[in-house]
Design a binder for this molecule. Structure first.
Ligand SMILES: O=C(CO)[C@H](O)[C@H](O)COP(=O)(O)O
Ligand SMILES: [Fe+2]
Length: 239
């Protein structure tokens, strides 16, 4: 299997641990790393922005010592400014905040960069691509949500997928380069359209843990389906 970096049609796979056995979290992370995950997607929920509570920076810090994968924190947190430093110190290379959760989005993203991490911005299904036009120069990643955030295992909203192309068009016109990652209900049957729309990374949660062959087989199959979708689309350039 070619390494993603050497593979012109690679799509990065970022497992979400939401579907894992959280009582064995560090073992589950080790399995994902051994399975070839490109980075770990850490879903942080505050019980306010979304109706669920998950993990905080102390849990991330203890996982950091046990894994060499890049960590990406997806902060589903209302007004997250006070937590940005905690997640960077805990070892997150990228911090993704929700456009809808930040009163001063530009300032929040600039703070992430000042803290030395890569900044990402996430969009709820109802939030248009145009709402982040003014911050595209501050982010390296746009996370397009294809579920309403808050829970793993929800049905993928295929109607939101065209937003991937809309974000990429906006970035092109602004002369900015961003990666679009799609999060929500990604599985073998949903990964193709999001990749053909231009996504170059996908978050995968419950599909990994539902697969009868286990996490390794699930990552392998979804990675191959994503590569096939890129080949079919004939889009092996940056998009
Ligand atoms: O941000 C999220 C939910 O808010 C999760 O990353 C996402 O839902 C992953 O789980 P699944 O693949 O099961 O949808
Ligand atoms: Fe997520």
């Amino acid at each position: 299997m070619p390494t993603p970096a050497a593979d012109a049609v690679a799509v990065e796979i970022a497992p979400s641990i939401l579907g894992a056995d959280l009582g064995r979290l560090s073992d589950e992370v080790a399995v994902l790393e051994a399975a070839g995950a490109d980075r770990l997607h850490l879903d942080v929920m505050d019980g306010r922005f979304v109706p669920n509570i998950t993990l905080g920076p102390d849990v991330v810090a203890s996982l950091r010592d046990r894994s060499r994968m890049p960590f990406e924190a997806h902060l589903m947190v209302e007004e997250p400014d006070h937590l940005l430093g905690r997640f960077v110190e805990a070892g997150c290379q990228r911090v993704v905040v929700h456009a809808e959760a930040c009163r001063h989005l530009h300032r929040t993203l600039a703070t992430v960069a000042e803290l030395g991490a890569q900044a990402g911005v996430a969009l709820n299904p109802a939030t248009p691509a145009s709402s982040i036009q003014h911050v595209l120069k501050l982010v390296d990643l746009v996370l397009v949500m294809t579920v309403n955030p808050g829970f793993g295992g929800q049905r993928h909203l295929a109607s939101i997928v065209p937003k991937v192309g809309q974000v990429l068009d906006l970035a092109d016109r602004a002369g900015q380069s961003v990666q679009v990652e799609v999060d929500g209900g990604i599985a073998l049957d949903t990964v193709g359209p999001v990749v053909r729309a231009g996504a170059r990374a996908v978050v995968v949660g419950s599909a990994l843990y539902r697969h009868p062959g286990g996490v390794v087989a699930a990552i392998e199959e979804i990675r191959e389906a994503a590569r096939a979708a890129r080949r079919i689309a004939g889009t092996v350039g940056p998009r």
